[in-house]
Design a protein around this ligand. Structure first.
Ligand code: NAD
Length: 435
């Protein structure tokens, strides 16, 4: 059966939620949460239909001259899910597993994420189906520039602002910015975020997502009456989000007792020196051979007895298969979609306080917003100012979601969806339908 977002827009029957509870399908996972919040908000049927559909999906062929002189054709996707609150915002990933379904789900997620922290952006996502690890720098540059050219009609600081995602980085953003600038005839730094600081990037962007995780975890512990100092933490994923999150939580006095990456993990009840582990990874690329504490698998790490679990690697790691074994009191979703929709109910039953991804990892897009503001104003802030403004937004957003959760007696995820959907819905009501 075709995914729901491809069904005719005149289908008026709300789908049975169970039909959509396919455990790991990203679009269905997102939609089952959306449906629950929409029902609690008593969203009017017309608006419900509008918000269940992406605004625009571009699928494009990207011919690239490879280094061996042969032409390869790649498929590129850009989805603008909703732009009612402002320009579309969302990363571009280069990966063999990119699908329209996944990109659409991620674009919807970006819509809710920007709305939950109340920044004036809509949501988008893009991807190119390719294996970047097997491509040369020249091939990647040609791919990036041709992809940029083929989606140029949507791009622009007022319409669609990409950022790095899986297997793309500041260098790729620099190529997109240059290609766009060449096409419009002048330099437009605000067309992408996550750029090198030397060409309009923001100080504090690299640490922003991990910093946001630290801030909401700190507030969650305080809300639960738990001491931040001495709280034990396990971190899955030791890349940008996980390592910075662990480092900043340690600075707040938490005890990081387990860390992991794709090579496996390490558990030390006495506490891990995060700065030393970061230095180890800088030198050796991964945690393999770190040898401090006891080796644990990624699966074991998730079920350790800790105060806080920070999944910061992959989607769909907490499922109906392991949710019952999770012993953390707080889960801070640093990764996008680490918990399946079906696992939510099990975590709820166990009384685990989940800080949902659209709130927990929104620090990154918040500082992307700051980058866009700085580029447009041509005036750059100190890192201290960036961090202070990020803290204001994260603290206020956490409080707003918690307030709604308490008021409606729902969990933090449902409250976060309710808050963001209601913000997007309000703008739709005020704008009306253009005909
Ligand atoms: P990254 O590439 O810097 O780090 C990913 C980490 O996960 C690495 O340590 C890697 O070894 C580990 N990993 C990969 N496969 C694994 C596996 N099977 N088991 C355990 N660990 C594994 O990525 P990142 O930027 O830190 O992003 C991590 C997550 O956070 C992703 O879900 C991403 O979408 C999400 N996120 C990132 C940002 C950001 O600003 N970087 C913002 C919002 C959300």
């Amino acid at each position: 059966m075709a995914p729901d977002f491809l069904l005719p827009t005149n289908s008026i029957v709300r789908p049975d939620k169970d039909t959509f509870l396919n455990e790991v399908n990203p679009f269905e996972g997102m939609m089952s949460r959306f449906d629950r919040a929409a029902e609690l908000l008593d969203l009017e049927p017309g608006l419900y239909k509008v918000l269940r559909h992406p605004e625009k999906q571009i699928i494009t062929s990207i011919p690239v001259m490879m280094d061996n002189g042969e032409v390869e054709v790649f498929q590129g996707i850009r989805v603008l899910y909703n732009t009612s609150r402002g320009p579309a915002k969302g990363g571009i990933r280069f990966d063999l597993n990119v699908t329209l379904d996944e990109v659409t789900a991620l674009a919807a997620w970006m819509t809710w994420k920007c709305a939950v922290v109340n920044i004036p952006f809509g949501g988008a996502k893009g991807g190119v189906i390719c294996d970047p690890l097997k491509m040369s720098v020249g091939e990647l540059e040609r791919l990036t520039r041709r992809y940029t050219a083929s989606i140029i009609s949507t791009l622009g600081p007022d319409s669609d602002v990409p950022a790095p995602d899986v297997n793309t980085n500041e260098r790729v953003m620099a190529w997109i910015m240059d290609t766009y600038s060449m096409r419009v005839g002048h330099t437009v730094t605000a067309v992408v975020t996550g750029k090198p600081v030397e060409m309009g990037g923001s100080l504090g962007r690299r640490e922003a997502t991990g910093r946001g995780c630290m801030l909401v975890t700190r507030d969650a512990l305080k809300h639960l009456g738990m001491d931040v100092k001495g709280a034990t933490v396990a971190v899955q994923g030791f890349g940008n989000v996980g390592s910075v999150g662990a480092q900043l939580l340690q600075r707040e006095g938490c005890k990081i007792i387990a860390i992991s990456d794709r090579t496996g993990g390490w558990h030390d009840p006495k506490g891990i020196d995060v700065d030393a582990a970061i230095e180890y990874v800088k030198k050796h690329k991964t945690l393999e051979g770190y040898n401090k504490g006891t080796a644990v698998t990624n699966e074991e790490l998730l079920t350790l007895e800790v105060d806080v679990l920070l999944p910061a690697a992959l989607e769909n790691v907490i499922t109906t298969k392991n949710a019952a074994q999770i012993r953390a009191k707080v889960i801070c979703e640093g990764a996008n979609g680490p918990t399946t929709a079906a696992a939510d109910a099990i975590l709820d039953e166990k009384g685990i306080f989940v800080i949902p991804d659209i709130l927990a990892n929104a620090g990154g897009v918040t500082v992307s917003y700051f980058e866009w503001v700085q580029d447009r104003g041509g005036y750059f802030w100190t890192e201290k100012v960036v961090n202070e403004r990020l803290e204001d937004i994260m603290v206020n957003s956490f409080a707003a979601v918690l307030n709604l959760a308490t008021q409606h007696k729902v969990n933090m995820r449902t409250a976060a969806y309710m808050l963001s959907i209601s913000r997007v819905a309000t703008v739709h009501r005020l704008r009306g339908i253009y005909a």
